[in-house]
Design a protein around this ligand. Structure first.
Ligand code: ZN
Length: 90
């Protein structure tokens, strides 16, 4: 998994230019701080990739998994409505 373009803003890149590829500790800190940004970029990338239909590649599978997770709330409310209908009709 490689983010397409992670913007260096907020990473304090001029403090220690070698740190971004060197230390694992600073890498973890950066990953934690930019996780939301990376997720947003990955989502945009996957949506863009699967926008015209899924082709079955690993990116499409990631898109489908992410969509299933993010759409869980709708699936849940649908199943609640279904259960309610079942209760009413029973
Ligand atoms: Zn694909």
């Amino acid at each position: 998994m490689s983010p397409k373009h992670v913007t260096p803003e907020g990473l304090n890149s001029n403090a220690n230019p070698g740190a971004s590829s060197g230390s694992a500790v600073s890498g973890l800190v950066i990953a934690a701080a930019d996780a939301n940004e990376v997720m947003r970029e990955q989502l945009e990338y996957l949506i863009e990739h699967a926008g015209n239909g899924t082709c079955g590649c690993p990116q499409c599978h990631r898109y489908l998994r992410a969509r299933a997770l993010l759409m869980e709330i709708f699936a849940y409310s649908r199943s609640c409505a279904g259960e309610r209908d079942n209760l009413i009709s029973a």
